[in-house]
Design a protein around this ligand. Structure first.
Ligand code: CP
Ligand code: NVA
Length: 305
């Protein structure tokens, strides 16, 4: 059988909503009716910290009867110069799948090229596909459907913005991304999402005006202004992003029954105020919990039997 990697949301282009529905089904059935992953082992390489991704993947494997191993590159020979290519070939002899949180998308692609088992991108500088499955699950759980909803992302045009553009376009959700000038999402992602939106009948808009972006939004989403690895840019970004804070005033332009989402961790008082993060519109902890059920759906799709 040909192995399947998930390096980008594009790798779920043909079955993204099916994976979302599987996550919803796993959530409803909790511990019953979850297929067995007995003896399956996931290796999880993390070059950066993680709360949700690590714990949801590990818990998902354990609850499905399998096992997960946390791998810090500094505790492996990778940290002493063993190549990614050799690591991929060696790990393939032990593991059934590998997840990789990396600084560079190129390195995730290198691992996938040489691994004989499926590789899952657990966040890199370009994308965060696992988060998208949980996000779509949360939106569908709340509204009952996806197609035609208005989704607005406010903040940095980062890995989350890139992956959200693809995920929303693929599932027919209209997406508007509002960033300060110079911080727009990657050109490739805007172009690809626009192309896909023409097929799915959704709309993709990129703007530098947060107020008009939020108008009529069903979902308002934000992420940190300073992603892991960008710490040097903190001061400059905090000054430039002020108008892009998701606060009570900004969300007063959204639909009255909008939901607020954030992949977390949140930097409260910067990209979002407590007033919004803790409001009745906020679904951030439901969204975080859905990382577990969506991880099961992704893992089952790749290595279930
Ligand atoms: N949202 C997310 O990926 O969180 P972690 O960095 O805690 O994994
Ligand atoms: N954009 C953030 C997402 C964290 C889940 C980062 O890369 O740090």
């Amino acid at each position: 059988m040909v192995k399947r990697d998930i390096l980008s949301v594009l790798d779920m282009r043909n079955d993204l909503e099916r994976i979302v529905d599987l996550g919803l089904q796993f959530k409803r059935s909790r511990y019953s009716e979850i297929p067995s992953m007995k003896n399956r082992v996931l290796g999880m390489i993390f070059e950066k910290p993680s709360t949700r991704t690590r714990i949801s993947l590990e818990t998902a494997m354990v609850q499905m009867g399998g096992h997960a191993i946390y791998l810090n590159p500094n505790d492996m020979q990778m940290g002493r110069g063993e190549t990614i290519e050799d690591t991929a070939r060696v790990l393939s002899g032990f593991l059934d799948a590998i997840s990789y949180r990396a600084f560079s998308h190129q390195n995730v692609a290198r691992l996938a090229r040489y691994a004989k088992v499926p590789v899952i991108n657990a966040l890199d500088d370009e994308e965060h596909p696992l988060q998208i499955v949980a996000d779509l699950m949360t939106i569908k759980e709340h509204f009952g459907y996806l197609r035609g909803l208005n989704f607005t992302y406010v903040g940095d045009g980062n890995n989350m913005a890139n992956s959200l553009l693809l995920g929303m376009a693929i599932t027919g959700v209209n997406i508007t991304v509002a960033t300060p000038k110079g911080y727009e999402p990657g050109e490739f992602y805007v172009k690809k999402a626009t192309e896909i939106s023409h097929e799915t009948g959704s709309r993709v808009s990129i703007t530098n005006d947060p107020v008009s972006a939020v108008k009529d939004a069903d979902v308002v989403y934000t992420d940190v202004w300073v992603s892991m690895g960008q710490e040097k840019e903190r001061e400059e970004k905090e000054a430039k992003f002020r108008e892009f804070q998701v606060n009570e005033k900004l969300v007063s332009n959204a639909r009255r029954d909008f939901i607020f989402m954030h992949c977390l961790p949140a930097h409260r008082g910067l990209e979002v105020t407590d007033g919004v993060a803790d409001s009745i519109n906020s679904v951030i902890f439901q969204q975080a919990e859905n990382r577990l059920h969506s991880a099961k759906a992704v893992l089952y799709t790749l290595i279930g039997f």
